[in-house]
Design a protein around this ligand. Structure first.
Ligand SMILES: NC(=O)C1=CN([C@@H]2O[C@H](COP(=O)(O)OP(=O)(O)OC[C@H]3O[C@@H](n4cnc5c(N)ncnc54)[C@H](O)[C@@H]3O)[C@@H](O)[C@H]2O)C=CC1
Ligand SMILES: O=C(O)[C@H]1O[C@H](OP(=O)(O)OP(=O)(O)OC[C@H]2O[C@@H](n3ccc(=O)[nH]c3=O)[C@H](O)[C@@H]2O)[C@H](O)[C@@H](O)[C@@H]1O
Length: 480
């Protein structure tokens, strides 16, 4: 029986391995992690991450051919294929701080693999890593190998949170990069044999190592660039009276451009887009390509601009001050159908409003009070380290309350901001909300989820990102 071990039981390691176990009953899959609480949660009814459909997959395989364990060394030493899906955060100190990937966790995993291995292994990069990481890993493994042979493969993951299970069941493609030697090709074939249990042959792409590593950074950069492009247009739409949804639709019907990923928003979030683009920028700089680095940096600059533009709009509309005004925040996760708050635009928007002395009342159906308080008090990039290494008791932000209901959040509020596109925000009783708010009552829709015309009929002053402005808002320009 082929044995797979995955180091890192996070958003990628957990769902990916659960699907491999489900689709390949003849393979034994162990997912290991240094975080005891995470593994305990994977072994309980309350999984550590919220992902539609994940419970069902885990329940079908756990205890049969899918195991979660903190016994990292035992499972690595027994495995034929070792996936590494650990954190690759942005460096916060030293050379390349604020841009380069911090490979501390990767390196310690590689050293441990070399230490405990007693048989030949295929080591698979599942984490997103800088180009040429495989070469560094190869060096660590071969210098410490005691004669054992390792083949390194790059097999980046393209799943998106909230749709992880369907993305894994029906991926657009699976990408496997390996050495162009007979041993490298044999390793590629071994991994192909795993995926081909459920992924059509033509969707399994094979390349050299560096193309696979770079393709992952490139794919995320292209996706994020689309959002920054449409968000840049949203600012121009507001200035000219165009409607960004109509513009996106018109642009996206060109088959060369395509309709997906053109929704204007308060900004993109998530653990990877910013981190991976910064990483790409750093690689370009290291390779003497400052113009290319500058090009990709703009994607992040526009994203930051979009978030601060939103905050300025809120403040300027409300007579240029939100000091001691209650502002309701609906949605804190970085997108709907996940409880993940890593790099969520809500953090920057909330911090911007707190900077103007607002009182915030926050509601998100999947994010806990503890998580929100941690996010609002944590230093940039600290969130991307294993949970047990993060600050344990961050200070509570006093002007923030977290409630479990949208009606409670909006009661007596002067304004409400929609920051995540949760479906339930479309069908709230906005008449009831209006009746219980201070007047004039404002809605700032950062995701274009509400029917602005209906809300205006009720009496709200409505701002919808990228849409023609209410006369009220036109008279109050948001100048920083
Ligand atoms: N979250 C996502 O949707 C996607 C993430 N990625 C990439 O996958 C990688 C992992 O991301 P996530 O799963 O989101 O991170 P995560 O933080 O959810 O999980 C990483 C896990 O690795 C564990 N870990 C760290 N060092 C370890 C070690 N030496 N031994 C054992 N366990 C260790 C941590 O405790 C943590 O549970 C990153 O490189 C990320 O860029 C790629 C595609 C999608
Ligand atoms: O490497 C990764 O981590 C993953 O990053 C993204 O996945 P994810 O961040 O989970 O979610 P997305 O659906 O891409 O959304 C990212 C952010 O962009 C925003 N977004 C997305 C689409 C859009 O049209 N407009 C928009 O503002 C979302 O609200 C969210 O804040 C990619 O879509 C995945 O392919 C990739 O594997």
């Amino acid at each position: 029986m082929v044995k797979i071990c995955c180091i890192g039981a996070g958003y990628v390691g957990g769902p990916t391995m659960a699907v491999i176990a489900l689709k390949c009953p003849s393979i034994e899959v162990a997912v290991v992690d240094i975080s005891k609480s995470r593994i305990a949660a994977w072994n309980s009814d309350q999984l550590p991450i919220y992902e539609p459909g994940l419970d069902g997959v885990v329940n079908q395989c756990r205890g049969k051919n899918l195991f979660f364990s903190t016994d990292v060394e035992k499972h690595v030493s027994e495995a034929d294929i070792v996936f590494v899906s650990v954190n690759t955060p942005t460096k916060t100190q030293g050379l390349g701080a604020g841009k380069a990937a911090d490979l501390t966790y990767w390196e310690s995993a590689a050293r441990m693999i070399a230490d405990v291995s007693k048989s030949d292994k295929i080591v698979v990069e599942k984490s997103t890593v800088p180009v040429k990481t495989a070469e560094a890993i190869e060096k660590i493994l071969t210098h410490n190998s005691k004669g054992i042979k390792f083949q390194i493969l790059s097999n980046p993951e393209f799943l998106a949170e909230g749709t992880a299970i369907q993305d894994l069941f029906k991926p657009d493609r699976v990408l496997i990069g390996g050495r162009e030697t007979p041993e490298g090709q044999k390793a590629i074939q071994a991994l192909k044999d795993v995926y081909s249990q459920w992924v059509p042959e033509e969707r399994i792409l094979t390349t050299n190592l560096w193309s696979a590593e770079l393709s992952k950074l490139a794919a995320n950069a292209f996706l994020a660039q689309r959002i920054s492009s449409v968000n840049a247009m949203s600012a121009l739409c507001e200035a000219t009276g165009a409607n960004v949804q109509q513009v996106s639709y018109s642009v996206g019907t060109d088959s060369r451009i395509g309709p997906k990923f053109l929704n204007a928003s308060v900004g993109f979030g998530g653990s990877c887009f910013q981190k991976d683009i910064l990483n790409l920028v750093y690689i370009c700089e290291c390779n003497g390509l400052p113009e290319v680095a500058e090009y990709w940096k703009q994607v992040i600059k526009i994203n930051d601009y979009q978030k601060s533009r939103f905050v300025n709009r809120v403040v300027s509309s409300m007579f240029n001050t939100v000091s001691n005004k209650k502002i309701a925040i609906l949605g804190f996760a970085f997108k709907k159908d996940t409880g993940d708050t890593r790099e969520t635009p809500a953090i920057d928007v909330c911090q911007g409003l707190l900077g103007d002395k607002a009182n915030l009342s926050i509601y998100d159906p999947q994010v806990t009070e503890d998580q929100i308080q941690r996010d609002l008090s944590m230093n940039k990039f600290d969130w991307d380290h294993p949970i047990h290494l993060q600050p344990t008791s961050p200070t509570t932000v006093k002007k923030v309350s977290v409630v479990w209901d949208a009606y409670e959040a909006t009661k007596d509020a002067h304004g409400l901001c929609i920051l995540t596109e949760w479906d339930e925000f479309k069908t709230l009783d906005y008449q009831k909300i209006f009746d219980n708010m201070q007047k004039p009552a404002f809605v700032f829709d950062g995701r274009n989820v509400v029917d602005a015309d209906k809300l205006r009929e009720i009496g709200f002053i409505v701002y919808s990102i990228g849409k023609p402005l209410d006369p009220w808002l036109k008279d109050m320009p948001a100048v920083a």
